[in-house]
Design a protein around this ligand. Structure first.
Ligand SMILES: Nc1ncnc2c1ncn2[C@@H]1O[C@H](COP(=O)(O)OP(=O)(O)O)[C@@H](O)[C@H]1O
Ligand SMILES: Cc1ncc(COP(=O)(O)O)c(N)n1
Length: 230
């Protein structure tokens, strides 16, 4: 079930417009889901403004289910999806509620000041995210205790993806959101955090490898790759 926080106009070329919903609309959708259907896990994505980050943090404070926070900052095309003024609310209110946080490398630098230049920086970055309160972070699907960790860009076993038109960089839209959603799905099914992260990492790797061209710009990951591969 979804609680929409913003409406965007976007395509493979970029984000042409974004309109945050009123906090009241977010609260009402949340109540509609919780009071009838309930949740086994939550994943947060684009929150647009400090007000919406605070609203979502308030709502999640009473939720007794794992929370995966994907602190969406900018789109693959460089379009802002979160106001700069929302950083403190994200750091101080939402991330402390997270079971798992999945910032990408730009987002982790923005949130913690730690710049990742190589693999040796990953542990420091993860530590900085943990200090904000998230149980696990950042991005990369790192499992506690040194679980599976994949390549950041383009060197992995299945990397490549987005294969038409000679794109071999693994750059496609929806990677981070797919990783975070897959982790939340695993947690909802009762997997432990390390198992949910490992399973999500495998899934997103396949989705990137099967990414395809759509439109004139950056195409999407393929969420249906397992189904298509049979
Ligand atoms: N070229 C690639 N090949 C394989 N996995 C990749 C590649 N690029 C990114 N990933 C994986 O996709 C997941 C999400 O990456 P991330 O950089 O956080 O995405 P985004 O920038 O979309 O938020 C991570 O697990 C990352 O390791
Ligand atoms: C509503 C929404 N949420 C998140 C992203 C980031 O995805 P990406 O980094 O792949 O552009 C996006 N473009 N739109």
């Amino acid at each position: 079930m979804s609680v929409l926080t913003a409406v965007t106009a976007q395509n493979s070329r970029g984000v042409q417009g974004a309109w945050p919903l009123p906090a009241e609309a977010v609260r009402a959708q949340f109540r509609s889901v919780m009071d009838d259907i309930g949740v086994q896990a939550v994943k947060t994505g684009m929150l647009a403004s400090a007000e919406l980050v605070e609203t979502v943090a308030e709502l999640l404070a009473d939720v007794d289910a794992p929370v995966v926070c994907d602190p969406v900052g900018i789109s693959k095309h460089g379009d802002a999806l979160l106001a700069a003024s929302a950083r403190d609310a994200l750091r101080l209110k939402l991330l402390p509620l997270a079971t798992v946080a999945t910032p990408n490398l730009d987002e982790v630098a923005w949130l913690t000041g730690v710049r990742v230049h190589g693999e040796s920086d990953l542990r420091r970055a993860a530590g900085a995210v943990l200090e904000l309160g998230a149980a696990v972070g950042p991005g990369e699907g790192r499992a506690p205790g040194g679980g599976r960790r994949g390549p950041a860009h383009g060197t992995g076993r299945r990397s490549g993806g987005c294969g038409r038109r000679g794109m071999t960089t693994g750059i496609c839209t929806g990677r981070g959101g797919t990783l975070a959603s897959a982790i939340a799905s695993g947690l909802a099914r009762g997997l432990s955090v390390p198992d949910a992260v490992a399973s999500a990492k495998e899934y997103v790797t396949g989705a990137i490898a099967a990414g395809f061209a759509l439109g004139e710009g950056i195409g999407p990951v393929d969420h249906g790759w397992r189904w298509r591969e049979g």
